[in-house]
Design a protein around this ligand. Structure first.
Ligand SMILES: Nc1ncnc2c1ncn2[C@@H]1O[C@H](COP(=O)(O)OP(=O)(O)OP(=O)(O)O)[C@@H](O)[C@H]1O
Length: 345
């Protein structure tokens, strides 16, 4: 197969398992984001792919070849890691040329390659500048350019944009995505920012506690979360626990018609805030009665917090669709059946 395959990749430190046996296939040219809270094993996984750490068990295959024990410097992967900062005493051009020099690329070709790479990251003409003369965003672009020297087979980045302010970060996410699309290089980025992952990735790998919870497209992890962790971690959601009875889900406050329920027993559903409909009338199909506790108008959308049988639900509406309700008002919260996702118990 063309691409990267992890076959039971595992990392243990003594009795602690940082990465549970992981199976993952990444087709050639994909942009993958490893996403999860701090300590979930994202960096551990990336470092093993990079060859900076060795797995306790399992194999790493690149285009069908086992590279598990190949030293990092022989893998020809581009890396942007915090531990691989730019050399402050070298110019921009010298920094980018560094990997070329190590590999014995002739001097004349080095200059040409540096210019090409600076063009790629949209910073032409800065080769002679000192690194200290660059802004944070420019430095990150240089680190990316350096990592892309020698046309690597894989491009690996660990939280590459985390030091940038919110606006620049968003701009760089789009830039990085477009660059990756142009180059068609298989890319793996570690991030704990779900918006960042949704912006850039073809494949989002959601991790928690050393385990891959779901690996799917951004829209699938959002619309069809594999479990309550993923549903809660990706964006906002309403999780409702209930019991299946006579074909519907009995929850605090009422009974709901939900497609795909188990025949009996407990069940949990997830409903996104923008799917909820808030009515001034409490009664109606798939409605739960509640009381508005808080409303905030964020300009682009209105967020309503509603107390339903002692639990808080969140509904979001556009300014155009905003229901005319006030805090303290009794309302009906409609959960359209097709928007309810049944999660495995
Ligand atoms: N050398 C080590 N020895 C022992 N435990 C380690 C070592 N390296 C990492 N760990 C542990 O393995 C777990 C996963 O660490 P990892 O760095 O992969 O997390 P992460 O998801 O990248 O988190 P963050 O977003 O905070 O960087 C953590 O609990 C960490 O403490």
């Amino acid at each position: 197969m063309s691409g990267l395959a992890l076959d039971g990749l595992t990392k243990r430190y003594g009795s602690f398992t940082a990465l549970q046996p992981t199976h993952l296939t990444i087709p050639h040219g994909q942009f993958v984001c490893l996403l999860g809270p701090s300590g979930c094993g994202k960096t551990t996984l990336l470092r093993m792919v990079a060859g900076l750490d060795s797995p306790t068990e399992g194999r790493i295959l690149l285009d069908g070849t086992d590279i598990t024990h190949k030293p990092a410097h022989q893998r020809n992967f581009g890396m942007v890691f915090q531990s691989l900062a730019l050399f402050p005493h070298l110019t921009v051009g010298e920094n980018i040329a560094y990997p070329l020099r190590i590999r014995g690329v002739p001097k004349a070709d080095q200059g040409r390659e540096v210019d090409r790479l600076l063009g790629l990251v949209r910073l032409p003409g800065v080769a002679d500048r000192a690194v200290s003369q660059l802004s944070g965003g420019q430095r990150q672009r240089i680190a990316i350019a350096r990592a892309l020297a020698l046309s690597p087979k894989l491009f690996l980045l660990d939280e590459p944009l985390s030091a940038l302010d919110a606006k620049l970060r968003e701009a760089m996410q789009i830039e990085l995505k477009l660059l990756q699309e142009r180059l068609g290089i298989t890319t793996i980025v570690v991030t704990h920012d779900q918006r960042e992952a949704m912006t850039m990735a073809d494949l989002v790998v959601v991790m928690s506690q050393g385990r891959v919870r779901q690996a799917a497209s951004p829209i699938d992890v959002y619309r069809r979360p594999a479990d309550s962790f993923v549903a809660d971690f990706i964006g906002m959601t309403n999780l409702l626990n209930g019991h299946v009875s006579a074909g519907s889900l009995a929850v605090e406050g009422g009974a709901l018609a939900v497609p795909g329920l188990p025949a009996s027993g407990p069940a949990t559903i997830s409903v996104r805030p923008e799917e909820l409909r808030v009515h001034r009338e409490g009664a109606g199909p798939n409605r739960l009665p509640g009381t508005v506790s808080f409303i905030r108008d964020l300009g682009s959308h209105v967020e309503m917090r509603i107390d339903v049988a002692g639990r808080e639900m969140i509904a979001v509406a556009t300014p155009q669709d905003r229901p005319m309700v006030e805090p303290g008002q009794r309302v009906g919260v409609e959960l359209p059946p097709t928007s309810c996702v049944v999660l495995p118990s």
